[in-house]
Design a protein around this ligand. Sequence first.
Ligand code: PGA
Length: 240
Amino acid sequence: MPAPKIIAANWKMNSRKMAANALAKAVAAGTAGTGAEVVICPSNVHLRCAGLGIAGSHVKLGAQDCSFREDGAFTGDVSAAQLRDVGCSYVIVGHSERREYHCEGDELISKKVAAAHRAGLITIVCVGERDIDLADDVRLANVAIQLRNSLPACANALNTVIAYEPVWAIGSGKTPSAKQIEAMHKAIHARLPEGMRVLYGGSVKAENAAEILKLPGVDGALVGGASLDAEAFKQIVAAA
Ligand code: PGA
């Protein structure tokens, strides 16, 4: 049997505690019995209320980032062990918004991935080219470098999931063609250990989820904007 598709919700810096709890509950109720692995990644301040919303359900809890350091005097940072302690089993690392707004590079991301693994978290490691108008071979070369440098030696098919997210597709309503997504996922899989799953992210919506998720090599989706709408997210999970 193929591994279940992973549909991960990246809520980014959105919501308030009551709404986060309600959305979590709606996701748990609306995606039960689909067979997909569903993960919600609220902001750190909502991990508890969202975690309560999915308690006892199939839905897993994830964070959007973690420190590369162990616990200690690092004001404002959150360690992977702390995330694990409040119920996370996943953490997104190297999202393009972290790369861009916090100047995170592959070397730091690799250290974060290793720290997350030491704490027992599964990492969703994001890669993707920045510009829409790059030639296919250049896009692939960019992504290949990110893969090579962002994954520590400890990354394996059990503790790591890749999210291919073209930066220009995030929040823009634009997506690569089905052919381009398929080719990129094939090329990414060829560079990874056997069985490591590769999600697609970037403007996944209820309307395009089925088409994207059925492509060979697409093992799930990382969903931003549409994951804030319980009904749209439910339809995306159903498409998986
Ligand atoms: P989007 O975001 O679905 O809103 O494009 C995806 C992401 O940033 O992970």
